[in-house]
Design a protein. Structure first.
Lengths: 249, 402
């Protein structure tokens, strides 16, 4: 059995995002890059499954669509414990593009289980996993909060309103995972970091697929307007302002 | 939308964004940066949530040893065949910086374990000694300490009173060591003592041996989250195979100290960056006279001087790391870097504390804890004054302390 974990290279979650003057790009100077946190949890769970599988899971591969500058993030994934890595050499333009590139790159690889984070912490698209399953023509399960291996089956919990449902999908399938999938992401050890140096990181050319969306510009949220304080006893004035000034009642 | 917010942590009032004013990151390799992020993640997860309380309660969390072992933070430059990671000295430095950002006590534990215990066993030990002790030390299954300083001998270790006597089949060790990090929790101690000819010899002494005791030193106002104590040897039988075979004289312990001092030169930067990060963000948030205190010239002067000093220390440490990787770092260069960077960190802690006003003395912020720790760091592994005299001796050719 082989597991694929799709990872994104995203700015550290504590980064203060600055936009360029024309609102067309993000200033990426001094940004620290990390593995998308949901993908990191997925990778950790994949490795836990492999270690507990007594050899049934032979390989965990990480996959990323991105430029060469994203390779440190892949190297970290290898340091955490992935066996090998594949990078599709292209800027990740939108979810459709990324899903299509991944599907193209792995079509002959026969992965039994594909992990995707429920979204990436940069653009919060939440679309790639489902699109990937469509491209691959295999099932997907979203909002997965638990993955267990039971003999040759993979049993997943899928979060639904007020609880969860237990699903045993036919392999191969795409598991779109959220927090809870494992306790916390695994920290690479120093030996893991040194071993990652020798693990294979394959680069494949992008296919001719094009993005479906066109980026226009960024727009920051409007600054908060000044707050008007009204005396708690003066309900009439509050109603008047809500009715005549804010025009919401 | 799902927000992946970092876990709220009461002991981390602000996200940790250390300065990199001169793009020193570009001088680090991809691996160094992964090392940094790994150790930083561990410190955020394991140290920051408990360290303030641990320091208050004068408590060392022994789980740190096992976790640091699993991470590979012990002996990162020791070859893999002995349990290390086979990394370079800049990686070791980066680890020390990140650990000391958490607390000097944690860095001290790792420094002693790595530079004063694993390093001498690796460098001076017989093959049997290496195989017997290094893998356990690397994994954290064994805890090590280092005995050089004595009640009557600090800056002048050549006058040590600890002695070994050749009894034919073994040596008999007598004496006492003081200010020993990890003493009462250590499984083994690397001990330096004079033989009957007055020559300093090094040896590995095991905790269980009769006549060896290690009482803890209480009442510290510094490094409260680590263990400090004494080592007392009363007719301890040391098998001959536990003595380092070749190294003789003070050169042995001084080589260990060079390795430890190198790590401290890097480590102190971590404490300084934590103080600066706190002071900068507090000064932007705290308002007086209707504006953030960061808008006042006197605060800006403090912040500007702090970031300048940190930047200089980073460059010094990085260059020293390159020299050490090339086998060219001299003891005098290491002394200069330890001396400068620790004094820098202490000054940064004091200035940062001022920026926080009264809030700076509380455990809600890490500054006061770092400041108290650094009072030890500026004294151990060669006092500040002794390091200045080493530089003085190096540039004038005149030894002022002999």
């Amino acid at each position: 059995m082989k597991i694929l974990v799709c990872v994104s290279n995203v700015p550290d979650t504590t980064t203060k995002i600055k936009l360029s003057g024309d609102m067309h790009s993000v200033d990426l100077a001094n940004v620290q890059w990390i593995i998308n946190p949901w993908d990191e949890l997925a990778l950790t769970r994949a490795l836990e499954l492999k270690e507990a599988s007594e050899g049934k899971i032979e390989k965990v591969t990480v996959m990323l669509v991105g430029a060469k500058s994203a390779e440190p993030t892949m190297r970290k994934a290898l340091a955490i414990g992935a066996d090998d890595a594949v990078r599709v050499d292209a800027e990740p333009l939108d979810a459709y593009f990324v899903a299509g590139q991944i599907a193209g790159a792995i079509k002959d690889e026969n992965y039994d289980l594909v992990f995707c984070g429920i979204e990436s912490s940069d653009y919060n698209g939440s679309a790639m996993g489902s699109m990937l399953s469509e491209f691959m023509n295999i099932p997907s399960v979203s909002s997965v909060s638990k993955v267990e291996m039971d003999d040759d089956q993979i049993v997943v919990n899928r979060e639904i309103a007020g609880g969860f449902e237990v699903v045993v999908p036919e392999l191969p399938f795409v598991a779109i995972v959220q927090k809870g999938i494992t306790k916390e992401p695994r920290i690479p050890s120093m030996r893991g970091i040194m071993m990652a140096r020798k693990k294979p990181l394959k680069v494949v050319e992008a296919s001719g697929l094009e993005a479906l969306t066109e980026f226009v510009k960024y727009e920051p949220p409007q600054p908060k307007a000044a707050c008007k304080m009204i005396d708690a006893d003066n309900v009439a004035e509050l109603v008047d302002l809500l009715h005549n000034e804010a025009k919401i009642i | 939308m799902f927000i992946f917010a970092p876990t709220k942590n009461n002991n981390m009032p602000y996200p940790y964004n250390p300065p990199d004013y001169f793009q020193i990151d570009e001088l680090l390799s991809e691996e160094h940066k992964i090392v940094r992020s790994a150790i930083r993640d561990w410190v955020n997860r394991s140290v920051v949530p408990v360290i303030d309380q641990a320091a208050h309660e004068h408590k060392f969390h022994e789980r740190f040893i096992k976790e640091l072992g699993e991470l590979g933070a012990f002996g990162p430059f020791i070859p893999t065949e002995y349990g290390g990671a086979g990394m370079d000295h800049i990686a070791y430095g980066v680890i020390m910086t990140e650990l000391e950002r958490g607390d000097s006590a944690i860095r001290s534990t790792a420094s002693v374990h790595t530079s004063l215990v694993m390093y001498p066993i690796f460098t001076f030990g017989s093959e049997e000694q290496k195989r017997k002790y290094l893998p356990g030390l690397a994994s954290g299954d064994l805890i090590g300490c280092f005995g050089l300083t004595e009640p009557n001998q600090g800056s002048d270790p050549g006058g040590m009173e600890a002695k070994i006597k050749d009894m034919g089949g073994h040596y008999l060790l007598n004496g006492a060591k003081m200010w020993i990090t990890n003493s009462s929790i250590a499984d083994i101690a690397v001990v330096w003592a004079k033989d009957e000819n007055g020559i300093v010899r090094g040896m590995v002494v095991e905790k269980e041996w009769t006549g060896f005791s290690a009482p803890e030193t209480h009442n510290k106002w510094s490094l409260r989250a680590s263990v400090t104590g004494e080592l007392v040897f009363d007719d301890v039988k040391v098998p001959k195979e536990n003595v380092f075979p070749e190294i003789k004289g003070l050169k042995g312990p001084l080589m260990c100290l060079n390795s430890a001092r190198y790590g401290i030169a890097w480590g102190a930067i971590g404490a300084a960056m934590d103080c600066y990060n706190t002071a900068l963000q507090y000064s932007l948030e705290r308002k007086q006279f209707n504006k953030p205190i960061a808008a006042f010239q006197l605060q800006q002067k403090k912040l500007a001087e702090i970031v300048t000093e940190i930047t200089k220390a980073q460059l010094l440490a990085w260059r020293l790391g390159k020299l050490k990787n090339e086998g060219k770092a001299t003891p005098a260069q290491i002394s200069m870097a330890k001396c400068n960077n620790v004094e820098m960190a202490l000054n940064v802690a004091r200035e940062s504390r001022q920026i926080l006003g009264a809030m700076g003395i509380t455990g809600d912020f890490p500054i006061m804890r770092h400041m108290m720790n650094l009072e030890s760091v500026i004294t151990y592994e060669g006092t500040h004054d002794i390091h200045l005299l080493i530089t003085g001796s190096d540039i004038t050719g005149i030894h002022a302390f002999e």
